[in-house]
Write a protein that binds this ligand. Structure first.
Ligand code: SAH
Length: 343
């Protein structure tokens, strides 16, 4: 059996073989094909859309890679509850059945304010999923958000090795807390997503293998990866961007290791390659997260440079995506798109 066939059959490989697979492009075509077969066997040819609402670019953290870090020069904004609900209304009309509230870690949004926003969305859209992507909070806060109606949470672990984590983050942030947050979210009952950047500064193949091992211990429902893209004004502004090819290869590897995971073809991938998201889908991804934020704020949520889709109305984005998804051989699914936890 080839390496790819064994990865598919065992959903696992020893470290040295994973390394061999990740460090060459020799297996890429075989990987994409196997990943696409597995994705179709679990989820068919449907692509789930998630409407992304970037509701604040204020952040109390100072992650070295991020364009909206505390000490960066981003032009700051916050959306009001009414603005957020307007985004949901627009998204619902366009057929979106998942709303993702993403933002910096902004203390302005207290637990009370967030619970009020979440419960309003929940009562207006009982048939929709509410995903949060708002960083590290206490277990108690996560529980309150869940009880208010949020049911999914995205929190990339960013890198699973301490030595690498400390090169990407200021000393007050810890990998152990971030991992603990992920296990807390799972315990509470959220569908949980994690992930990392591909080609972040100082990342090695060994780091990536640690990321895969950490994900095996977590069993995430969603896995988001995208290439690192330098952001102007950050300490990493002159570092090279991550590789599109390695990102695609990893999407395939993750599809084979985690057949039931919801895996987005990320905006970062689409930013570095004109067909990045289509290629991501063909490599095993089955989710796309179009932007639902009001157009006038989109370019301010500049976590990295040259982000795509910042100038288009949400409806235009939807039309553009439909064409892209269909051209890649898939179709938009109108279901809420929960994870299929079958083994
Ligand atoms: N504050 C939230 C949301 C962060 S933004 C949180 O902490 O989870 C979502 C993701 O964007 C991050 O998890 C990170 O992996 C990614 N990201 C940040 N800066 C990036 C960059 N320069 N290039 C590519 N991805 C980046």
């Amino acid at each position: 059996m080839s390496l790819v066939e064994r990865l598919r059959a065992d959903r696992n490989l020893p470290d040295d073989e994973l390394k061999a697979l990740l460090e060459t492009d020799r297996f890429d075509e075989e990987l994409y094909k196997a990943a696409d077969e597995v994705r179709r066997s679990v989820y068919g040819n449907g692509v789930f859309l998630r409407g992304l609402i970037e509701f604040t670019n204020y952040c109390k953290n100072d992650c070295l890679y991020c364009g909206i870090r505390r000490s960066g020069k981003a032009d700051r904004y916050r959306l009001s509850k009414e603005q957020i609900l307007d985004c949901c209304k627009e998204g619902y009309k366009l057929g979106y059945r998942t709303f993702v509230l993403q933002g910096g870690e902004d203390p302005y949004y207290t637990d009370d304010i967030l619970c009020d926003i979440i419960s309003s969305i929940r009562s207006l859209y009982p048939d929709c999923a509410i995903t949060l992507s708002i960083g590290e909070k206490s277990e108690e806060s996560y529980r309150r958000f869940f009880e208010s109606g949020a049911n999914r949470f995205l929190l990339r672990h960013e890198t699973a090795e301490e030595s690498h984590y400390s090169k990407l983050h200021p000393p007050e942030l810890s990998l152990s807390n971030r991992k603990q947050c992920l296990f807390n979210l799972k315990k509470i009952g959220y569908q949980v997503g994690t992930g990392f950047m591909v080609g972040s500064p100082y990342q090695t193949t060994e780091n990536i293998i640690s990321d895969l091992r950490f994900m095996q211990s977590l069993s995430p429902d969603m896995i988001g990866i995208g290439p690192f893209i330098p952001a102007e004004g950050t300490p990493f502004e002159s570092f090279p961007q991550g590789s599109v090819k390695l990102t695609l290869r990893l999407i395939s590897v993750m599809r084979l290791m985690f057949p039931h995971a919801l895996i987005p073809a990320t905006t970062a991938l689409g930013t570095l390659h004109p067909q990045g998201r289509e290629l991501g889908l063909k490599a095993g991804a089955n989710v796309v997260m179009p932007n639902l934020s009001p157009v006038e704020y989109r370019d301010k949520y500049s976590i990295y440079d040259n982000k795509i889709c910042t100038g288009e109305e949400s409806a235009q984005c939807k039309d553009c995506l439909r064409i892209r998804i269909e051209s890649a051989g898939y179709e938009i699914s109108d279901s809420v798109g929960d994870v299929k936890r079958i083994n």
